[in-house]
Design a protein around this ligand. Structure first.
Ligand code: GLU
Ligand code: MG
Length: 635
């Protein structure tokens, strides 16, 4: 989820008073950091994945599945190994928003060797097994994007009750005890976001309209003006930040390559969101969307009514068109500049201060734009800092801008270089799928960099794609703006060979199938590009086979031969004997669904419409130099 500062959180009133202080020093800290590190060179390509998990507990006697609030206990045990041997462990574990969530990453990043693709899945399996060892009877670890009955009566173990009139969240459905208790950050964020906004957050997801679906969906509208009758209403940060995702971080060889990666991966965010869609059920209802994105976006939307444009500006400075969790608003590379077609909101004084310090226009406006947000969590110990050395105030704002991509400067005094984070993907049920997604995205970055491709389209089109990506069945039926001619004048001949020259249109709407698999004579397709890139590489047979399996899986999901997780869940629910065609996902349906998910994750059953039997990969651990850093650098 981001940075975890130790200490005691300030009240909202105190935090609010310090918001200018954090901004002022955050900008100075960024300037100092930039001056120190802008010309840092020679880092090698490294990358790593992050998988978020839920702990679910089955109550077989009553046919119920609940979230188990034991993340803190389990994390304490998992972190013991790391504390003893910080650099020798195969996995790292961190808390997440929910008291039922944990986040795992490989112990060390992967490098530039293709052989590293061969151990991604094994490491994911290792993490799953490692955490599973600490579970109690009935508990299971799940890589599940949204818990279908989050916020329904009796959804936790131990039992908890919402407190709408007190506490951090004040939700009708989501008790504060369901927020991770082991660190104050999460509860503080929930409280301050609500206080800053001036009311509870409001999430309304359109209901999936089935034959017997009742409108209004439930009684929510009686309790809150914010609830829309034909929508599933949710009123807590936990409904969003309680979702799990799959993220990737890349270290670039220098700041320029990081800016290129940040930009080039941006148009892929909505595409990967649609391809990984995995969350059609929220608060016990089948919705008309397949992804978590807008749920989280609304769940941390701290903008006041003025900032949302509902009231004239009086106490606030700006009308802001997005939540602090949303897609990015501007490109960072010179190549990207012409596609920055959405007016960027920022304080001209902050922008000028960055420019005066020698920071170029694109980076200055990016940072100034991040800094339109107020801090929503300050720790008393961290108020006064040494701006020459510390970057906490900068990180305070940076880490609470949860966007599709994140541009990350090197941390102070570390060996880590400039990095970018790729954040849109929903987590998949099986390690095979997650590994396939990860390897596909990493391979794409290699192709983009070595073929010097340009995938950019205007930011406004990426925004439009983000909304379309979330619609029901978008992966199969949605259309997405995508650039047609990916070649640049720097592209090598092998790139030109596989890119047909076509028409004068810069970009057009394509299906996910066309984007991934290509369109005869008109668009090469991302997988054929990867295949062409790989054909020029020296790969051992075993790695080759693994990569081919992953690519085949992506191809088949994109073409619709395989279902997205969202469609698979939808089909499971609607064909369940207890389903009454009323959009309600009852306890028994939820129980059977999650039992099936668990069997699938354990490899006990195969669902050929989700992951083909032939494709379930065996565990591979025979890469001796697995964690050695490769010297390959793509620049
Ligand atoms: N769980 C959040 C999501 O699904 C991400 C939190 C984080 O930044 O780690 O997008
Ligand atoms: Mg996380």
């Amino acid at each position: 989820m981001g940075l975890l500062t130790e200490g005691s959180p300030l009240s909202w009133e105190e935090t609010k008073k310090l918001s200018e202080h954090v901004r002022e020093h955050g900008i100075i800290q960024f300037i100092n950091l930039y001056k120190r590190l802008w010309d840092r060179q020679g880092d090698v390509l490294k990358w790593g994945d992050e998988v978020e998990y839920m702990i679910v507990k089955f109550d077989d006697a009553n046919k119920k599945a609940r979230v188990s609030l034991r993340a803190e206990q389990i994390l304490n045990a998992l972190n013991e190994k790391e504390l003893k041997d910080p650099t020798g462990v195969k996995s790292l574990w961190r808390p997440e928003y929910g008291a039922y969530m944990i986040e795992g990453t490989p112990g060390a990043p992967y490098g530039g060797l293709l052989a590293h693709f061969n151990i991604v899945e094994a490491n994911m399996k290792f993490r799953r097994d490692e955490a599973a060892e600490l579970l109690q009877a009935g508990e299971v670890l799940m890589s599940l994007t949204s818990f279908p009955r989050l916020g329904c009566p009796d959804f936790t173990v131990p039992p908890t009750t919402p407190t709408p009139d007190r506490g951090a969240t004040r939700s009708l459905f989501f008790p504060d005890e369901v927020i991770y208790p082991g660190h104050p950050r999460f509860k503080t964020l929930s409280r301050n976001i609500r206080e800053r906004r001036g009311e509870k957050v409001a999430i309304n997801l359109p209901i999936f309209p089935d034959e017997n679906t009742k409108i209004p969906v439930d009684e929510s509208y009686k309790h809150s003006d914010a609830a829309k009758p034909d929508h599933v209403y949710m009123d807590a940060m936990g409904f969003g930040m309680g979702c799990c995702c799959l993220q990737l971080t890349f270290q670039a060889c220098n700041i320029t390559e990081a800016r290129t990666l940040y930009d080039q991966l941006t148009p892929l965010c909505p595409i990967m969101l649609a391809l990984t869609a995995a969350s059609p059920v929220h608060r016990g209802f089948l919705t008309d969307v397949d992804c978590r994105w807008n749920v989280i976006s609304s769940s941390v939307d701290c903008r006041t009514a003025e900032e949302r444009g509902l009231q004239p500006l009086k106490n606030n400075k700006f009308v802001i068109n997005k939540s602090r969790y949303d897609s990015i608003d501007s490109y960072l590379s010179v190549c990207g500049e012409p596609y920055n077609d959405v007016p960027l909101i920022y304080d001209p004084k902050v922008y000028q201060q960055l420019r005066d310090a020698g920071i170029d226009h694109l980076l200055a406006q990016h940072v100034a734009h991040l800094f339109i947000r107020d801090s929503v969590s300050i720790f008393s110990e961290k108020v006064h800092q040494n701006d020459e050395q510390d970057t906490d105030h900068f990180e305070n704002i940076q880490s609470t801008n949860w966007q599709t991509m994140r541009f990350k400067p090197p941390p102070p005094n570390s060996t880590i270089g400039w990095r970018v984070e790729f954040r849109p993907c929903e987590v998949q049920l099986t390690d095979f799928e997650n590994a396939a997604i990860v390897c596909f995205v990493v391979l794409l970055t290699r192709v983009i960099l070595s073929y010097q491709l340009n995938l950019l389209i205007p930011i406004s089109k990426v925004d439009e794609n983000m909304q379309n990506a979330q619609k029901r069945n978008a992966c199969r039926t949605g259309k997405f703006w995508f650039r047609k001619n990916l070649l640049t004048c720097d592209s090598p001949p092998e790139a030109s060979k596989c890119c047909p020259k076509s028409g004068s249109e810069l970009y057009e709407q394509m299906t996910i199938d066309q984007i991934i698999n290509g369109m005869d004579g008109q668009f090469p397709g991302l997988i054929p590009l990867i295949k062409s890139y790989l054909s020029g590489m020296d790969v051992d047979a075993d790695t080759h086979c693994t990569i081919q399996q992953y690519l085949k899986f992506i191809q088949r999901r994109a073409s619709g031969q395989l279902n997205t997780t969202a469609t698979w869940i939808r089909n499971f629910v609607t064909s369940h004997p207890d389903y009454k065609k009323d959009s309600i996902v009852s306890d028994s349906i939820n129980y059977d669904l999650l039992k099936t998910v668990h069997k699938l994750q354990q490899g006990e059953i195969v669902c050929p419409d989700l992951v083909d039997e032939l494709e379930t990969s065996k565990t591979k651990e025979n890469v001796p130099d697995a964690y050695k850093t490769s010297e390959n650098c793509n620049c």
